[in-house]
Design a protein around this ligand. Structure first.
Ligand code: ADP
Length: 173
């Protein structure tokens, strides 16, 4: 099981996986951070397709093609804005991972890469977000054969080390 969960450090727009996940906003019309990087790398056709989707609720996910990205698909999910932790943020973040994985399975996607959703501009504390990410993905994979492999893509070394540690802890338990 744990070898299906892989932390890596790098730029998600460069990855040769079947699907990458975008930490989008409710409009799905692009933004800063990883969202901006994905739209820049995919080209303007991505925005055109996103315009047809009528946005996305927080905690939900929608899928588009990847256009100029190496990835064939982009799964756009909208993480919660951190408001102190008592506004359902944990459940909404968990829901982002689960809905993205369910969409991936539906499309027969075998390899998928997630960024650290909500941990940038949306301000979710990184350790708390990482625990939710690894726990939810692990839980999903235990009861589903697909996707085969899930990459956690960390932009910073701090985030990478945290994913490594939490995945190791998960392995022990
Ligand atoms: P959110 O609005 O959900 O917080 P951000 O894009 O601000 O989204 O940040 C989410 C995470 O994505 C942050 O941890 C940030 O460091 C990371 N990130 C930003 N650009 C990239 C990229 N090109 N590849 C992978 N991760 C990235």
């Amino acid at each position: 099981m744990p070898e299906r969960l892989i932390p890596i450090q790098g730029d998600i727009t460069k990855l040769q996986v079947e699907a990458i996940v975008n930490a989008a906003n409710n409009s799905l019309l692009g933004g800063g951070g990883v969202d901006g990087a994905i739209h820049r790398a995919a080209g303007s056709e991505l925005l055109q397709e996103c315009r047809q989707l009528n946005g996305c609720a927080t905690g939900e996910a929608k899928i588009t093609k990847g256009y100029k990205l190496p990835a064939k698909w982009v799964i756009h999910t909208v993480g919660p804005v951190w408001k102190g932790g008592n506004q359902g943020e944990d459940n909404l973040l968990a829901s982002c991972y689960l809905h993205s994985l369910a969409l991936a399975e539906e499309h027969n996607i075998k390899t998928i890469a997630f960024p650290a959703i909500s941990t940038g501009v949306y301000g979710f504390p990184i350790e708390r977000a990482t625990k939710i990410a690894v726990t939810q993905v692990n839980k999903f994979l235990q009861s589903h054969n697909s996707p085969k492999q899930v990459l956690f893509v960390c932009f910073s070394q701090d985030a990478y080390l945290m994913y490594q540690q939490l995945l190791k802890d998960l392995l022990k338990s």
